[in-house]
Design a protein around this ligand. Structure first.
Ligand code: DON
Length: 694
């Protein structure tokens, strides 16, 4: 086994190509914003690297995120003397501008921080169910789950936690002025930036899903021109059908209850009205574009049936809906400005928490809820509080893992999987062997069965965190493990522990500064672009995190995950999450920061990244590029990265009884401290992330 020693970080040199345009405390305010944006865009586009063999090392600070300009923002905050938490706050806000499919103001997330003085803290800024939410809010009177309602539109939205989380993180650990950390995001929104290929593509792929929401069309559709001779009304009608068919069918059955009235309004009235309004000019052309791609029905169906279909979901074409005109798509390199978002960020910069949960921004959120029959009220916004929680600690082979505790399920699951793996002889296992993947998959299968039964918001449900993490319990769970044969998921149920109360987008970024402070944040709107519903006048998207609750026992959510009582909807409760920011240390020194996007695959991808470093001595980039597998109990399938398993390995796994399927498995953004104490970035080749260090 590797035994890496950690050297102290070298002193900060703080030189960079942009260093001269900043001054220490006034930072970005005195700089012409356009110059900043130009410089950051140039940097981000000029240096793409993800080399496995030559893993570039930085001596002072490093930021690895899913998007280049945001990583550069973080690096420059570090170079201005900000610490890792300052940089994390600036990156979080920058991602709200440059990665609207996952970065957010209208969502939430988790932060784990390991400070140089030894303090380890985790902050839960997960969304909460609104006060009017109730357990059966997505069921019709016959008990049928109206699954679109927890995924798209106002009823899908949980009370956002991001702004409160950043304010709390800053109050406890921040060192630069708050406004200076929001300033880069304001500049990026106001001055705009050049869309990368993936930014443009994701907006284009999701275009149809924005169709029902006027503000979303305004913010996230490319300007359109009305082609001559078009038949826009017919196309608009097609879109209405595409968007609402399943909902309308469900709602028709539910005409007798108040809930049904809400559902009808949410699903049809407002949306139909909006689309109907859009039979003119530019909007109609946009609607025509919407007719070209499938909307929520195939998307959700695909997700529910095949959590492996994540990458393809947004690009599914609807052959039933051909049209002779297409709204102009966003192009790579196109300038993208978000003036309303800039105004919201300014309110946050000037008034902190109150700038979002009070004042005109809160008014706009509540108006959006009223317009589309959502539930979030001014009281919900005022009452929102992010929470400091005790990090979940797992010791493994001389390393200590600090992981975000529940409502992150990743902490318990990672701990359980490691404990279960330890019941077997690990040293003789080769990476990438059928035997290794079999053991991993069997441990994952058992951990996810427990996840479905025992895990939820610890403020509402007595999650047996400690008992689930015990070695004896892991041995019990693995008693049925057979090295030669997969255990069918139908034969696996949750285990028995004592119930004593114990104390398709997401994005993760990792930061370490020159003092050795380390931060990992995983943040999300849940699905790509969340509920697809933007707040008119405020320029940001709202999450669809309510889908992470267990809307109905035994019915999978959009990631195919099952849940029960522990994760049932209750007012004010936080929905269970798979987001798993982890900080790994040895002898008190940070060795690795990791986390991922990818729904439940976050847990297994982050875990395998850690194993690749701790067990197999890989560098950051090797650990990220290495093939991964995923098993989540149900559906009973062992997923693997496309082309990553040889035909022989696949045959061996099939012979053990595994049902195999290929799909891309999450996107991890990590930092590993190498044997000289230098910082190396792990940028997942499955995405287009970026490492910015100095
Ligand atoms: O918290 C969760 O587990 C989900 N809302 C995460 C969603 C996600 O990762 C989608 N991403 N790629």
């Amino acid at each position: 086994m590797p035994n890496i020693t950690v050297s102290p970080y070298l002193p900060a040199s703080a030189n960079s190509s942009l260093g001269s345009v900043y001054t220490r405390t006034t930072l970005l305010r005195k700089m012409p914003h356009i110059l900043l944006i130009f410089a950051l865009s140039l940097l981000a586009s000029s240096s793409i690297w993800a080399q496995v063999g030559w893993n570039k090392a930085y001596e002072n600070g490093l930021v690895v995120s899913a998007e280049g300009v945001a990583s550069e923002v973080g690096r420059h905050i570090l170079q201005q003397g900000g610490n890792a938490v300052d940089a994390a706050i600036a990156v979080q806000f920058a991602l709200a501008v440059t990665l609207p499919r996952a970065g957010n103001l209208g969502g939430g997330g988790f932060m784990v921080a390991h400070m140089a003085d030894g303090t380890v803290a985790s902050l839960d800024f997960r969304e909460r169910a609104p006060g009017l939410a109730h357990r059966d809010m997505y069921l019709d009177p016959d008990g049928k789950y109206l699954s679109d309602l927890s995924k798209t539109g106002a009823l899908a939205v949980g009370v956002p936690g991001t702004v409160d989380g950043m304010v709390k993180a800053h109050a406890r650990f921040g060192s630069l002025p708050w406004e200076d950390l929001v300033a880069p995001a304001i500049a990026l929104a106001r001055e705009g930036y050049a869309l990368s290929y993936s930014q443009a593509s994701s907006l284009n792929y999701t275009g149809s899903a924005f169709a029902p929401f006027e503000a979303s069309r305004k913010y996230f559709w490319a300007p359109c021109e009305k082609p001559s001779g078009s038949t826009n009304t017919a196309m608009a009608t097609n879109v209405v059908k595409a968007t609402n068919t399943a909902m309308a069918t469900n709602v028709a059955k539910a005409t007798n209850t108040a809930m049904a009235t809400n559902v009808a309004k949410a699903a049809n009235t407002a949306e139909v009205t909006n689309v109907a309004k859009s039979t003119n000019a530019a909007e109609a052309t946009n609607v025509a574009k919407a007719a070209n791609t499938s909307t929520s029905n195939p998307t959700n169906a695909a997700r529910a049936n095949d959590p492996g279909a994540e990458a393809a979901i947004m690009s599914v074409k609807d052959p039933e809906n051909p049209t002779d005109q297409v709204c102009r798509a966003f192009e790579e390199g196109e300038h993208f400005q978000q003036n309303d978002l800039a105004r919201t960020l300014e309110a946050v910069a000037e008034r902190g928490r109150e700038g979002f949960y009070g004042g005109w921004v809160a008014d706009r959120i509540v108006q959006t809820m009223e317009k589309y029959d959502g539930l979030i009220s001014h009281e919900d916004l005022k009452a929102y509080e992010s929470v400091w929680r005790e990090p979940y600690v797992v010791d493994f082979r001389g390393y200590r893992l600090h992981i975000m505790p529940p409502p992150s399920s990743g902490s318990i699951a990672v701990g359980q999987i490691l404990r279960m793996m330890e019941t077997q002889e690990l040293d003789s296992l080769e990476h990438h062997s059928a035997a290794y993947y079999h053991l991993l998959a069997e441990a994952m299968r058992r951990a996810f069965a427990d996840r479905a039964h025992y895990l939820g918001d610890p403020d509402f449900y007595p999650v047996p965190s400690k008992a689930l993490g015990e070695s004896d319990y892991a041995a019990e769970r693995m008693a049925s493990f057979n090295p030669g044969q997969a255990t069918p998921s139908d034969n696996i149920r949750h285990g028995e522990v004592s119930m004593i109360k114990e104390s398709y987008e997401t994005t993760h970024f990792s930061i370490i500064d020159a003092q050795g402070n380390a931060v990992g944040i995983t943040t999300t709107l849940n699905g790509s672009f969340g509920s697809k519903l933007a707040v008119d006048g405020a320029g940001f998207l709202l999450n669809n995190e309510m889908d992470d609750f267990s809307a109905q026992p035994g019915t999978p959510n959009m990631f195919g995950l099952l849940g029960g009582e522990a994760n049932a909807i209750e007012p004010g409760k936080r929905m269970l999450s798979s987001m798993t920011p982890i900080i790994v240390s040895k002898d008190g020194q940070v060795r690795m920061v990791a986390g991922a996007a990818g729904g439940p695959r976050i847990i297994t991808a982050t875990l395998q990244n850690v194993l690749n470093v701790v067990l197999f001595d890989m560098n950051a980039q090797q650990a990220n590029a290495a093939p991964r597998i995923h098993h989540q109990w149900y559906p009973d399938r062992l997923l693997f990265d496309p082309m990553s398993l040889s035909a022989d390995t696949q045959a061996l796994l099939r012979a053990k009884g595994h049902s195999l399927a290929q799909t891309t498995l999450a996107r991890v953004h990590s930092i590993v401290v190498d044997s000289q104490g230098r910082l190396t970035g792990g940028v997942d080749p499955r995405g287009d992330g970026y490492a910015a260090g100095y």
